[in-house]
Design a protein around this ligand. Structure first.
Ligand code: NDP
Length: 249
């Protein structure tokens, strides 16, 4: 495949992200607190999380092991693998969601989303990238790695706080407090957005930018839905707290 054709495919995929973003502003993705019947058969949410995230991990692992790379590309691939190792093999077994289910259609759409994004990024880093060691001294690498690490930290710590709100056998929801929760309802989503923004800066290519767009298309509407849900379910919900961008949104 030529690089030009590849870039066109990325642009088309980015266009679908924009459409998805608009749709998700009106339709709540039905998993977690927004799960409901009417979306077809459902499976255990823990199994769902593993099935949803495994394709991304496996696909990038395939490209990492199967092709030669520059040191810079190896770093990018390793960061991706670390994130998805947690999301696939750790996160689903830490959440305290006894008996919770999610629709198969959500799992299938996430599998597609992950396969295409990991496929485009892995393919580009295997066959088109031209990184050299000089790329480690660029501004976009320095800023990108800081954002990636800071975003990953915010994401992991926020998920940990949320998971810790329930005792092992508890169900139901509480108002999260502390850390970045004093500014936004969904610092886990904010962290993930910053993280993949940092990745796109480091990678500085079309598929990484497209993946960042997709992350925003998924997480901004989800954070808005969560925020609205908190406000309708807790009368004493902190009034100054925003959904995902401190002081803004
Ligand atoms: P949520 O914040 O909805 O939930 C995270 C976990 O904490 C769930 O187990 C949830 O339980 C529990 N929880 C959340 N809020 C409370 C509360 N107030 N009281 C008690 N328990 C609570 O996260 P998401 O499901 O939206 O996402 C999970 C992770 O996956 C995040 O890190 C997110 O960034 C990432 N993600 C990434 C996407 C991408 O496009 N890259 C897309 C979607 C998610 P329950 O399930 O019962 O609600």
């Amino acid at each position: 495949m030529s690089k030009d054709l590849f870039q066109i495919l990325c642009l088309l995929w980015a266009g679908i992200a924009v459409v998805t973003f608009i749709v998700l502003l009106f339709v709540k993705a039905p998993y977690g607190r927004h799960v409901k019947s009417g979306w077809g058969p459902q499976i255990s949410n823990k199994v769902g999380w593993v099935l949803m995230e495994l394709p991304s991990f496996a696909c990038i692992l395939y490209f990492t092991l199967g092709y030669t790379h520059s040191t810079y590309a190896y770093l990018l691939l390793t960061l991706w693998l670390l994130h998805y190792a947690n999301r696939t093999f750790v996160f689903p077994f830490r959440i305290r969601t006894r008996g919770k289910k999610m629709p198969v259609v959500i799992v299938l759409s996430a599998v597609l989303f992950n396969l295409i994004n990991a496929g485009l990024n892995g393919f580009f880093l295997s066959f088109f990238e031209r990184y050299t060691l000089d790329d480690f001294s660029t501004w976009n690498f320095s800023l990108g790695i800081v954002l990636f690490v800071a975003g990953a930290f915010a994401n992991l710590k926020s998920d940990q706080i949320l998971i810790g709100l329930r005792k092992p056998d508890e169900v139901g929801y509480k108002i999260p407090k502390g850390f970045l929760f004093q500014y936004v309802s969904c610092p886990n989503h904010l962290g993930e957005l910053v993280q993949w923004g940092g990745f796109a800066l480091m990678a500085w290519n079309c598929p990484a930018a497209t993946f960042f767009l997709w992350t925003a298309a998924n997480l901004i509407p989800r954070a808005l839905d969560h925020h609205k849900w908190y406000r309708t379910h807790f009368e004493n919900y902190p009034s100054g707290r925003k959904a995902i961008l401190p002081g803004v949104l």
